[in-house]
Design a protein around this ligand. Structure first.
Ligand code: PMP
Length: 425
């Protein structure tokens, strides 16, 4: 097979006929498959069934003298704070353990910044004429949507193989309107990149013009390797402290991809000063979070070593699915030369760049053939990819046999969209 870009018109037409014939055969299968969101599969959820019986008696509902069944401990049960401090390599006093979703904590931090301001805000963000927020892209659509929801102007920062383009970040933070940045430092959504130590050090040493500049450090995939051993990244909270920026970062994580998605427990970690400040503000909206769930999670997951062992069970389920995707891409798209993609060792996504100007069309073709993908553009601010090229593949949900069929449709649709474009020029 020749590269699509070096084919003659005749060769392109022949290839189109053959790809179209295959696409029509795919359509006749009447598939109904979904690779659009990073949901754990049923097999993964089943791993954690013992959590349902982790507390079976009134007497077990205590963390020391604290009764988990009652109000109190807004910042989380002490055992839950110790648990997350060990996972994230920080101190228990630097953690705030919340409810069943970390996205909720992220939303609440931004909401408080707008309504009341953060610790070093000269005024609430709602009173600023302009608030700009940096969005490394491709990135996570739900992050971007939180800041868009409050009216911030979203600024795209390109991703490199080591993390966001730090030359650009260092330059942009000189603007006092730039109030923060979204980051997924490990197995980034969707690129699957681990930020390099050099990039992390540059984050700690930023010198932003805004005194309340905030790094939203979403460590959602902090222990989620499916290929190889656990990878430790530097603790940005400590690095920021050493660099004289102690209150610049909020870190987030949850057990959504460890036990039950949206039904586990979440954490926010930051300087003690930030945790104290936000605990007071959060105390207006809730008396305390679900400590029964915190307690059964800690009883079940115990500590970091036990949790890492638990994650190996997820890895056994995830690794073959990522292999199906990688093999399909390599075999079907590799020889055509118009697409490139990453091969991550953890996280939930594969990011692929197809021929510019064809991503939307490819997703449309997938849909017509019964395969739902994350919409093209979703990985960029405002849902608009300027190159119409990036696509996110989320292979976790379907069983392997379905994934194979879905990837056949996906690769065929990408080829068809690329051929249509080449032939229309
Ligand atoms: N952050 C990232 C980067 C994610 O990919 C996801 C889920 N797709 C979440 C947060 C959601 O986490 P939670 O369930 O804790 O809100």
């Amino acid at each position: 097979m020749a590269l699509y870009t070096s084919m003659t018109q005749t060769q392109l037409n022949e290839e189109l006929q053959s790809v179209l014939a295959h696409y029509n055969r795919c359509k006749q299968q009447n598939l109904k498959l979904n690779l659009s969101r990073g949901k754990p599969s049923k097999m993964q959820l089943d791993i954690s069934k013992d959590i349902l019986t982790a507390l079976s008696d009134d007497a077990e509902c205590f963390d020391g003298a604290i009764d988990a069944r009652n109000y109190g401990e807004l910042a989380g049960l002490p055992c839950a704070r110790r648990y997350w401090a060990e996972i994230l390599d920080c101190k228990p006093e630097q953690t705030f353990v919340g409810g069943s979703a970390s996205l909720n904590l992220m939303f609440d931090v931004i909401a408080r910044a707008y309504s009341h301001g953060l610790l070093h805000s000269p005024r609430p963000w709602c009173r600023e004429e302009t608030v700009k927020f940096l969005c490394p892209s491709p990135g996570y659509d739900r992050h971007f949507r939180i800041t868009e929801f409050f009216g911030a102007q979203l600024i795209t920062v390109p991703m490199t193989a080591e993390g966001p383009d730090m030359d650009m970040v260092e330059c942009l933070v000189q603007d006092p309107c730039v109030k923060g940045i979204w980051c997924v430092p490990k197995y980034s959504n969707p690129d699957g990149i681990i930020y390099s130590n050099a990039v992390i050090a540059r984050f700690a040493n930023l010198k932003p013009a805004a005194p309340d500049f905030t790094i939203m450090w979403d460590n959602a995939y902090c222990i989620h390797e499916f290929d190889g051993e656990y990878v430790q990244i530097p603790d940005l909270i400590e690095l920021c402290r050493q660099a004289g920026n102690p209150d610049m970062v909020f870190e987030f994580a949850s057990t959504s991809k460890i036990t039950y998605a949206g039904a586990g427990f979440s954490v926010m970690a930051s300087s003690e000063a930030n945790i104290d400040y936000l605990t007071k503000l959060f105390g207006v909206q809730t008396i305390s979070y679900d400590k029964i769930n915190q307690l059964r999670h800690v009883r079940y997951l115990k500590d970091k070593a036990t949790t890492l062992e638990h994650m190996k069970k997820h890895a056994q389920i995830m690794a073959p699915k990522f292999a199906v995707v990688a093999d399909a891409l390599e075999m079907q798209l590799g020889p055509c030369g118009f697409a490139r993609w990453n091969r991550p060792k953890g996280g939930y996504f594969i990011s692929l760049f197809t021929m510019p100007g064809t991503a939307k069309r490819a997703i449309e073709l997938c849909k017509e053939a019964g395969v739902e993908m994350t919409p093209a553009g979703a990985t960029y601010p405002y849902g608009k990819d300027p190159d119409d090229s990036n696509l996110r593949i989320a292979p976790s949900l379907p069983p392997v046999e379905e994934l194979e069929k879905a990837m056949d449709v996906f690769c065929t649709s990408l080829k068809l969209a690329a051929l249509e474009k080449l032939l229309s020029v």
